[in-house]
Design a protein around this ligand. Structure first.
Ligand code: HAM
Length: 419
């Protein structure tokens, strides 16, 4: 059946044969973050565009090229959210969440939107899971946030990735560093791409994030931020490493991490899976101490991360990790002949009331068609109720995994709960 309607480029349907995997990731993530006392926050999918322009940064690719920006019927300018941190902070300020407790730990799961060239691991609508720990500048929380991501990936069973950390310093360090970058890049200015020429003037740190080959080559020998950290940032970074060791999170220092969003200060980190090709970041995050004040709130520090569902699923597939298919039905009842239907519905009701997945098909009459369906639904047990069973007052159960059969009396359907 061909339809002239297709999903928009860069988006995809999550079909039942995949959706149980998404549910598993979501449940695992929720159970891990709840152990650390994170609570769920849900914000709208669109926000005032300015929220992102002011936070993610006007020189970032997200704002320059990738944001889905539109006007509503009254001319208000909105954007489909390209990321989750700015909306969470908008809500934190708007709802005075700091008055509830000094430390606010929030998590979110949901779709984000970026207009970029689609490729493996990169789409225009994608789902993120993320956390924001708001209210403390203690380096322990940088390490804890990283360890939560680490423990989440561990719970899923992933092995092929590494934790890469860096410090990008505070505005104080950035002044000297930006100067050093400009001095270095000056002699290459004519070789830079047009975007980088503008980055050179407006935000030199972004030069390190360019994906164009010549710019990437030039950036290889650029000065490193770690050599420009002031004493406070240096100490903070050392402490983060101390706590990461204490929390038993293996990591490497990658001085070239700058992150694609402008709100970061000090700690920046990424979880990298090199088997994923160009889109190799399972997730990333960092500290963003200036953002809340910049968005009109108090001067409150924060740290967080977000990861992407699709890259996680690609990694799960690459590593051959099996996820239990919770979509499959435990019981399928094959019913033959008119007299069987009442018993069939009675047993179905009993099973479903007891929270057990069970199904049948009232339309298919032949044994063969029903057995085929039981197979397709991947049911663990098939119950057969036909005229013989009705006469003998017992039904047959077949274990579809090992082929064994047993008979159970209709008066003893409770026995099904033991299987
Ligand atoms: P981000 O690095 O822009 O950070 O995105 C986090 C993760 O989202 C990426 O590592 C990737 O797994 C996934 N992702 C991003 N873009 C796409 C895409 N086009 N297609 C598929 N997956 C994608 C942030 O968004 C920050 N808000 C993270 C954060 C939270 N920092 C502090 N708190």
């Amino acid at each position: 059946m061909a339809s002239k309607f297709t999903v928009p480029r860069g988006t995809y349907d999550i079909l039942p044969k995949e959706s149980y995997k998404w549910e598993y990731i979501e449940q695992t993530f929720k159970s891990i973050v709840k152990n650390y006392n994170y609570q769920e926050i849900v914000t709208p999918i669109f926000e005032n565009a300015e929220i992102f322009e002011r936070s993610v940064g006007n020189t970032s690719d997200i704002i320059q090229k990738e944001m889905y920006k539109f006007q509503d019927k009254k001319g208000r300018v909105f954007a489909l959210r390209p990321e989750g941190t700015a909306p969470v902070i908008r809500s934190y300020i708007e709802n005075n969440l700091w008055t509830d407790s000094p430390l606010t730990k929030l998590f979110y799961i949901g779709p984000m939107f970026r207009y970029d060239r689609p490729q493996a691991g990169r789409s225009r609508q994608f789902s993120q899971f993320g956390i924001e720990c708001i209210g403390s500048n203690h380096p322990y929380y940088d390490a804890e946030v990283i360890s939560i991501f680490y423990n989440f990936l561990k719970a899923i069973g992933l092995k092929n990735y590494q934790v890469e950390i860096n410090s990008i310093g505070c505005p104080n360090c950035s002044e000297n560093y930006n100067e050093a970058l400009r001095t270095y890049y000056k002699e290459y200015i004519n070789q830079l791409c047009p975007d980088c020429k503008s980055r050179f003037l407006k935000n030199p740190k972004r030069l390190l994030d360019c994906k164009v080959d010549t710019c990437k080559k030039i950036s290889k020998n650029a000065p490193l931020i770690l050599d420009y950290l002031d004493e406070e940032c240096k100490k903070h970074f050392e402490q983060v490493q101390f706590y990461l060791n204490l929390l038993k999170v293996p990591f490497i220092i990658n001085a070239s991490i700058v992150r694609g969003l402008d709100y970061y200060s000090q700690t920046a980190f990424e979880f990298i899976n090199n088997n994923l090709g160009a889109q190799n970041a399972l997730g990333g995050g960092g500290r963003y101490n200036g953002l809340i004040k910049q968005m009109g709130g108090k001067d409150i520090p924060a740290v967080g991360f977000a990861g992407g569902f699709s890259r996680l699923l690609l990694s799960i597939e690459n590593e051959n990790i099996k996820i239990e298919n919770t979509n499959q039905s435990k019981f399928f009842i094959v019913n033959l002949g008119d007299s069987a239907i009442e018993k069939t519905i009675e047993i179905l009701n009993f099973l479903r009331k007891n929270n057990i997945k069970a199904d049948f098909d009232i339309e298919k009459t032949s044994l063969k068609a029903q057995m085929k369906l039981a197979d397709k639904l991947n049911s663990t047990y098939t119950i057969i109720i036909g005229e013989d069973e009705m006469k003998n007052n017992e039904f047959t159960i077949r274990n579809m995994l090992n082929g064994s059969q047993q008979s159970i009396n209709f008066d003893n359907i409770k026995a099904l709960l033991e299987l």
